[in-house]
Design a protein around this ligand. Structure first.
Ligand code: HEM
Ligand SMILES: N[C@@H](CC(=O)c1ccccc1NC=O)C(=O)O
Length: 285
């Protein structure tokens, strides 16, 4: 292999190991990553030591949500065009990102109830309910709830974006259309409907997935799609559960800053499904 030269045409990189290097080039690491802006985004309000962790963990989660949306929207577009292989690659990546997001709770549990109350008042009425990226991902996967858009009335850009995704077919709706294109009997009212309404499960769809699982040799691609969706929902559920338990550990039975009952609310939304028949089919097998 040819020795790599430095971009400026200086000595080979190998000889520079261990030495300070001053690149004479237009684009630096910090410029490319916009680090000055990124690292200026952590602005604790309270002066309490532990608020920094709270901010960083939320910002890291929002960055991962951004990447999940990037992958899941692209996966949906591929599924709509019958290109399942690239969609699989993207959904696998979403599942790996979700694992990172789940792991992050292990850092946050080092925050004690006393640490948290030391700066909780600085949060005012802000709350995770206002995470528009989280809501967009829920809508995109298939958990539609028009009422959750209202939280964003005061931010026209977020409101419009969420309304757009609410009113578009979810990833699961697109999968049902795919099943229909592949010859499965899917009721017409599931193939064209008011997409903003929550999806109600259907016996025909469950039968279609049962056929896929029983005869994988004839439906390898659809089987793989089903399992990728199950991985995503499984991880989503784990994230919600860990959030709920972490919240219980930190604030106990206190009400949420967003105005909900707190842990009781998080317990209620825990079991909302994206792909209901992919779970019910297991009983039907
Ligand atoms: C000390 C840590 C945390 C506490 C005490 C906490 C507490 C809560 C509570 C009580 C709610 C219910 C809404 C309300 O009334 O406020 C909620 C919702 C939410 N939180 Fe957290 N949370 C914490 C950390 C996080 C983190 C790290 C994230 C990551 C992004 C997050 C994202 C969300 C989201 C997306 C919701 C809306 C859930 C839904 O509507 O399904 N939270 N949180
Ligand atoms: N709802 C939380 C506050 C909270 O969690 C929060 C507040 C501001 C920014 C992000 C938050 N995290 C997720 O819910 C509470 O009741 O303490």
């Amino acid at each position: 292999m040819a020795k790599r030269e430095t971009p400026s045409g200086g000595p080979p990189l190998d000889s520079l190991v261990g030495e300070a290097v001053h690149w004479d080039q237009a684009m630096s690491y910090g410029q490319y990553l916009n680090l000055e802006s990124l690292l200026a985004c952590q602005q604790p309000q309270s002066g309490e030591h532990d608020e920094m962790l709270f901010i960083v963990i939320h910002q890291v989660s929002e960055l991962w949500l951004k990447q999940c949306l990037h992958e899941a929207h692209a996966a949906a577009a591929h599924i709509a065009e019958d290109r399942l292989q690239p969609a699989f690659k993207m959904l696998s990546r979403v599942a790996r990102i979700q694992e990172q997001m789940i792991k992050a709770w292990e850092v946050l549990v080092t925050l004690t109830p006393a640490d948290y109350v030391s700066f909780r008042d600085s949060l005012g009425q802000s709350s995770g309910l206002q995470s528009y990226q989280y809501r967009e991902l829920e809508f995109l996967l298939g958990n539609k709830n028009a009422a959750m858009v209202e939280v964003h009335r005061g931010h026209p850009r977020h409101y419009e974006r969420l309304t757009e995704v609410l009113e578009a077919p979810s990833l699961y709706d697109l999968c049902l259309q795919l099943l229909a294109r592949r010859g499965f009997e899917i009721p017409a009212d599931l193939l064209a409907r008011d997409w903003s309404q929550p999806y109600q499960g259907s016996a025909e769809v469950e039968r279609a997935w049962a056929e896929v699982y029983r005869h994988t040799d004839e439906h390898w691609e659809l089987y793989e799609l089903a399992e990728k969706l199950v991985d995503t929902e499984y991880n989503f559920h784990k994230w919600r559960f860990s959030h709920m338990k972490t919240v219980e550990r930190i604030i106990g039975g206190k009400r949420g800053t967003g105005g909900t009952s707190g842990v009781a609310y998080l317990t209620k939304v825990l079991n909302l499904r994206f792909f209901p028949e992919l779970w019910s089919v297991r009983t039907a097998m």
